[in-house]
Design a protein around this ligand. Structure first.
Ligand code: FES
Length: 76
């Protein structure tokens, strides 16, 4: 299933990024390119990180690095 239509990133790509060490949306964005154009996928990226990342902090809505790395929609 496509998660980021702007960069054609699938949920499998996101899960692979998490398996390879991504621990926040910014890490996933860095690994896949997702989330840096329109930002419509950031919520879905965050949900996947929260569901599948063993150390993701739950309850936070924004990781400080998201803004620093230019993840679109980080300020939402
Ligand atoms: S859908 Fe992911 S940046 Fe646009």
């Amino acid at each position: 299933m496509y998660v980021c239509h702007c960069t054609v990133v699938t949920d499998r790509d996101v899960l692979e990024a998490i398996a390879n060490g991504a621990r926040c949306v910014a890490d996933v964005a860095r690994a896949t390119g997702a989330g840096r154009t329109c930002g419509n996928c950031v919520t879905s990226l965050r949900e996947l990180v929260c569901q599948h990342c063993p150390v993701a902090s739950r309850g936070t809505t924004e990781h400080p690095a998201e803004r620093e790395l230019g993840v679109a929609g980080a300020a939402r």
